[in-house]
Design a protein around this ligand. Structure first.
Ligand SMILES: Nc1ncnc2c1ncn2[C@@H]1O[C@H](COP(=O)(O)OP(=O)(O)OP(=O)(O)O)[C@@H](O)[C@H]1O
Ligand SMILES: [Mg+2]
Length: 331
């Protein structure tokens, strides 16, 4: 089973974009994939995938109620299936109050059981839900979480349950990429949670064409400290269009979504985007990233051929081979 938390200490490092694209790539590889959205803010994975109709209804059953083992319905009813086949457990406003709800539960239960608060396994609740109560490993091949780095209780629950991190990094300033603190942070989490945490890979993203950006990219790719299977370029137009297409970068390219001005207004429509080599190249990289995680980190057996059915264009088949070089054919 493939399980990963897409983690970054800083905000805006393209986590949500990456989670969506990875999930769709895994699904396209034949992996039945579920994503969990832990971010209650606007611009989260739930809105990207156009899910979570009841996310602001305080009475609606939601993931928090299930994590706290006080469900209002069936767990399966929380799951929605997106247009690209990925399943999602959407965000809910209650995620923003997770810690205070958890504290109440801990007060109640430790009071009943004459247990000290420190003994309460506060970071193990998601683990128990996913693997012990719901047996999701029997239903899914891959589970990804888009966490909320500022909410420690939820983040630690995510990491305790999934154990593996994928870390996107974004160039700052002149293009310097930095993972300062990641090692230390992983070490702290391992001590605090008493588990081993694996870093699958680091993914420099939004990397530009300047010399400074390239130098940092090479430094990252050449280090032996962590794996850097791919670098994702600066693809603002492609990735921003995902929010209009309500889906992955694969969908944007295949359905050719584009945002443009018409009669003084910005509109977004399918069938309008030009097919650009560099965007196809980015899809290959995303597929290769998913392939790396699936085969190198988890030893899964996945389909190495990326098939693109681009509206009004010839279909493309891109095969990832063992030496990681790519062979492209058109048909
Ligand atoms: N490779 C890329 N190049 C340029 N822009 C990108 C790239 N990937 C994503 N973006 C854009 O950057 C913005 C922020 O991305 P995203 O929402 O994925 O970040 P995030 O890390 O989830 O942010 P937050 O910390 O707020 O949750 C989006 O508008 C997205 O379209
Ligand atoms: Mg996000």
């Amino acid at each position: 089973m493939i399980t990963a938390v897409v983690y970054s200490e800083s905000g805006g490092t393209y986590k949500t974009t990456m989670t969506a694209n990875l999930a769709v790539a895994l699904e396209r590889m034949g992996q039945n994939t579920l994503v969990l959205d832990f971010d209650p803010q606007e611009g989260n994975l739930t809105s990207l995938f156009d899910a979570g109709e009841h996310r602001s209804d305080p009475d609606a059953d939601n993931l928090v109620k299930h994590i706290l083992d006080m469900p209002d319905g069936e767990f399966g009813d929380l799951i929605e299936t997106t247009a690209e086949g990925v399943d999602i457990i959407p965000s809910h406003d209650m995620l923003g109050d997770f810690t205070s709800n958890l504290e109440q539960k801990i007060s109640y239960e430790t009071g009943m059981q004459n247990m000290s608060r420190d003994e309460y396994p506060r970071f193990e609740l998601l683990y128990e839900l996913l693997w012990e109560r719901e047996n999701l490993h029997e239903q899914y091949d891959a589970i990804l979480i888009d966490p909320n780095a500022r909410a420690e209780d939820l983040l630690y629950n995510a990491i305790f349950a999934l154990r593996t991190l994928v870390a996107p990094v974004k160039p700052a300033g002149k293009g310097n990429l930095s993972l300062d603190g990641l090692d230390e942070l992983v070490g702290n989490m391992e001590t605090q949670l008493d588990i081993e945490i694996g870093l699958s890979c680091v993914v420099p993203s939004g990397v530009g064409q300047t010399n400074a950006h390239r130098q940092y990219q090479q430094q990252f790719e050449n280090t032996a400290e962590f794996a850097t299977p791919v670098t994702i370029g600066n693809r603002e137009s492609l990735m921003d269009a995902m929010w209009e297409a309500r889906g992955s970068a694969f969908k944007v390219v295949e359905e050719r979504w584009k945002t443009f001005e018409r009669d003084g207004e910005m509109v977004s429509e399918p069938g309008q985007r030009r097919v650009r080599d560099r965007e196809i190249d980015t899809l290959e990289k995303l597929y290769e990233l998913a392939w790396f995680i699936a085969t190198q980190t988890f030893d899964a057996d996945v389909d190495p051929v990326l098939k693109l059915e681009i509206d009004g264009h010839e279909n493309q088949q891109i095969e990832l081979t063992d030496d990681e070089s790519m062979e492209a054919t058109t048909s």
